[in-house]
Ligand binder design. Structure first.
Ligand code: SF4
Ligand code: SF4
Length: 315
């Protein structure tokens, strides 16, 4: 495994980051022991970086996976807090459920621009205090938006940016692949550490995995890439690929599978709650039921918890 320092932080992270969204209740919903085993296999293969969020409900998996592990593991989490108190509650929950006395990076989840970052300023003030106390080591934002990256680049208090970028531009908001690459360069020049998300376009680029990873790993400003993994085979494939090892044909064929898709059950009542959660504009109502535009859907799974009838699944 190869490692890079994340911007001006002192955090040295593996080029492959374990994206924990996939194992949790929003997506594969693995039993905790099984999901923890998948993470642990990645750690044993040299991954030292785990990306999660309060929303993903994966702290139990991570706590089990790192228990007794002899090397340092860098953990990111994120939340949507606006206020000082709500951010404090989120950070304290993460520390308690991860059984740690610090978290490496804590982020504002899904920022859109400098305006939304300013709107969360009280929450950032809590993170700044936590950083002074040592309970948070770096402050960040995650974003699908070109303006989110540019906004964060202009804020000295933000250390790390987690942008959406992939070779086809799937899910990038407010610009093209080129626009996002330019924003990433601006952020790197401002000293921000950057690690990417959705390199496989939320599963839409699975058929072109090697090409998609070649693209993302060729971006010099990107220190690491968060990749969702839910099986031991996926861990073996991705850790080999990121380490520059040859991938056995047998493993490739074991992983060849149909692209995933968002499934909406036919008992949908058309309440529209899921639509409010979709930042990609992929959901709408048609004839009293939710429908998905698969071109816009990044398979993030964020809409699923909003459904009171459990209609939404990634299959
Ligand atoms: S429809 Fe759901 S899974 Fe697709 S992008 Fe929107 S929130 Fe994410
Ligand atoms: S939240 Fe569930 S019931 Fe409501 S519109 Fe969306 S899928 Fe349908």
């Amino acid at each position: 495994m190869h490692y890079r320092v994340l911007g001006r932080t002192s955090l040295e992270v593996s080029r492959l980051c374990f994206g924990a969204l996939t194992i949790g209740s929003l997506q594969a919903n693995l039993p905790v022991a099984e999901g923890a085993g998948v993470i642990r296999k990645a750690l044993e293969a040299g991954v030292n970086f785990i990306d999660t969020a309060e929303l993903y409900e994966t702290y139990d998996y991570i706590r089990q996976a790192i228990r007794g592990f002899e090397r340092d593991v860098v953990i990111t989490s994120k939340c949507y807090a606006y206020t000082y108190q709500d951010m404090r509650t989120s950070v304290e929950k993460a520390l308690k459920e991860l059984a740690r006395d610090y978290i490496d990076i804590f982020m504002l989840h899904e920022q859109e621009s400098i305006l939304t970052i300013r709107g969360h300023w009280e929450a950032i003030e809590y993170l700044l205090e936590a950083k002074k106390k040592g309970t948070v080591r770096a402050i960040g934002i995650s974003t699908h938006h070109v303006e989110g990256v540019l906004g964060a680049a202009s804020v000295p208090e933000i250390d790390v940016i987690h942008p959406l970028i992939n070779m086809s531009g799937i899910g990038i908001r407010g610009g093209s692949v080129e626009d996002m690459l330019k924003a990433i360069r601006v952020a790197a020049r401002a000293g921000k550490g950057l690690y990417a998300m959705k390199a496989l376009g939320g599963g839409n680029l699975l058929e072109r995995t090697e090409e998609a990873f070649d693209f993302i790993l060729s971006i010099p400003e990107i220190a690491s890439v968060a990749v969702g993994m839910k099986t031991l085979e996926e861990v073996e494939y991705n850790t080999s690929l990121f380490s520059g090892q040859p991938i056995p044909e047998k493993l490739k064929s074991a992983l060849r599978r149909q692209p995933r898709r968002l499934h909406l059950d036919d008992w949908c009542q058309g309440c529209g709650k899921c639509i409010l959660k979709c930042r990609s504009g992929a959901l709408s109502l048609s004839e009293g039921r939710a429908v998905v535009d698969r071109q816009l859907c990044t398979l993030c799974g964020y809409c699923a918890p909003a459904c009171p009838n459990f209609c939404i699944k990634v299959v």
